[in-house]
Write a protein that binds this ligand. Structure first.
Ligand code: SF4
Length: 440
């Protein structure tokens, strides 16, 4: 029996795609291998956001080829469509398939006799004609890698063409999944006891399946009976409207957590990034979200997080200071920083990457200090409270979990079998980057 191994790099969307690729291969009678060396087929689901992640893929493919000539190597994800990558790896990779061209994988599986008795699972356009072909693969019943937290893709692709981003080239334009199919998948997960559902998409809040928008979808998910949490990533500020803010802050199962990527605090940098909002627009949204949480969930803690790129081409010290200023005003609970890295094929690839590595690192460190102050301050409000925590893992006699505000909590472990459960935890201590507490 043939065996497969999948190496996944990058974002949650890639992890979710890998769960569907695994299910497809297993439905075609391939078995999972414990490591790439034992596999007949190795799938690389790649990320093109940073050069470092890209280099790791080249290194690992080279190692497999050196050791085993016969292994079939398949490459998907962000790098699959890039001509320079295809040229570089043409003698090492057997198939390049962008995820929105899933039929290339099907044809490869059939053409290489990797399957035993398949075809029943060929996701042909006729069989699911109601779904656009580029997202037909999302209808595959995935092989979830976690038994209490699940990622459910609701859309894929992006129309925004932010100057630094590869997604619109790697995944194509936005396509939304039919809401009936999403609800069916979530209902089945809740029936199996899943505690946390994350709705996924490059731009979840521009979801539209021609009948309902993101807010309406969120209400439908919230109405599914059961005790579970709802999260969603990622948003674009330009698609956040009053209806969405009202829905997110009032739906009971939706966590009190809003991730809103800023990317830069300077209007000039935002314009060159092609982000389509100003710093003032952004801050207005943040303030509306805060007010709406206070109105709709009075007394409940909430958190706001973001993504910021430092050292975008041409970012002056003054423009950078505007990002710092925005961080002080927004008082974030977490920010995921990225030092600008030029990606081939994007608009920013042609811009002059004129902020040195040292200066990028300095800017990130500077912003991180601001973050430390706001998280320390915000975390204090959690101390002394009893909060719902989803226990995610147990290690070295501690449980590690997350509150509904997505704060990490460390708890002394008492007893076994609590991983995957939502439990009440009394928060005893608030640190800058995590909370400490005891089971109530
Ligand atoms: S919104 Fe911008 S950053 Fe996000 S996926 Fe689309 S192009 Fe990339």
């Amino acid at each position: 029996m043939k065996k497969y191994f999948i190496k996944t790099f990058g974002c949650q969307m890639n992890h979710s795609d890998s769960e569907r690729i695994a299910a497809y291969l297993e439905d075609n009678k391939l078995k999972p291998a414990s490591n790439p060396e034992k596999a007949d087929v190795v799938v690389f689901n790649t990320c093109g956001v940073r050069q470092m992640a890209e280099d790791r893929v080249y290194g690992q493919i080279h190692n497999i080829r050196k050791k085993k000539q016969k292994t079939k190597i398949i490459l998907t994800g962000c790098l699959a469509n890039r001509k320079d990558v295809q040229k570089r790896l043409k003698d090492k990779v057997d198939l390049f398939f962008p995820i929105n061209e899933f039929e290339k994988l099907e044809n490869f599986v059939i053409g290489n006799s990797l399957e035993i008795e398949n075809l029943k699972l060929k996701i042909s356009a006729q069989k699911i004609s109601h779904i656009q072909e580029s997202i037909a693969y999302l209808s595959i019943n995935p092989k979830y890698t976690n038994n209490f937290q699940a990622f459910v893709p609701i859309m894929t692709g992006c129309n925004n063409f932010c100057a630094y981003c590869v997604v619109p080239y790697a995944r194509g334009r936005e396509v939304s999944r039919p809401h009936q199919e999403i609800i069916k998948e979530i209902k089945a997960l809740i029936k199996k006891g899943y505690q946390e559902i994350t709705l996924l998409g490059q731009n979840v809040n521009s979801y539209h399946d021609s009948k309902i928008n993101f807010s309406q979808l969120l209400k439908k998910v919230d109405a599914i009976p059961g005790n579970f949490r709802i999260l969603f990533v990622s948003n674009h500020p330009k698609d956040v409207n009053d209806e969405m803010i009202e829905t997110v802050t009032s739906c009971k199962k939706v966590c009190e957590y809003f991730h809103l990527p800023l990317q830069a605090g300077s209007d000039e940098v935002l314009r060159r990034m092609n982000r389509k909002y100003t710093a003032k627009d952004y801050l207005k949204i943040v303030n509306k979200i805060k007010k709406a949480f206070e109105k709709n969930k009075p007394g409940k803690l909430f958190s706001i997080t973001s993504d910021i790129i430092v050292g975008f081409p041409g970012e002056t010290k003054k423009q950078f200071e505007e990002s710092a200023e925005m961080m002080r005003k927004a008082e974030y609970d977490m920010v995921y920083f990225g030092q600008f890295s030029p990606r081939p094929g994007t608009a920013a690839w042609k811009m002059k990457d004129n902020v040195s590595k040292t200066e990028k690192a300095r800017r990130e460190k500077y912003l991180n200090e601001i973050l430390k102050k706001t998280t320390s301050e915000n975390n204090k409000s959690h101390a002394g409270k009893t909060l719902e925590v989803l226990i995610e893992k147990e290690a070295d006699e501690f449980y590690y979990g997350k509150t509904r505000t997505m704060k990490n909590v460390k708890i002394p472990a008492t007893g076994k079998g609590l991983v995957g459960k939502i439990l009440n935890v009394k928060i005893a201590k608030a640190n800058a980057w995590n909370l400490e507490g005891k089971l109530n």
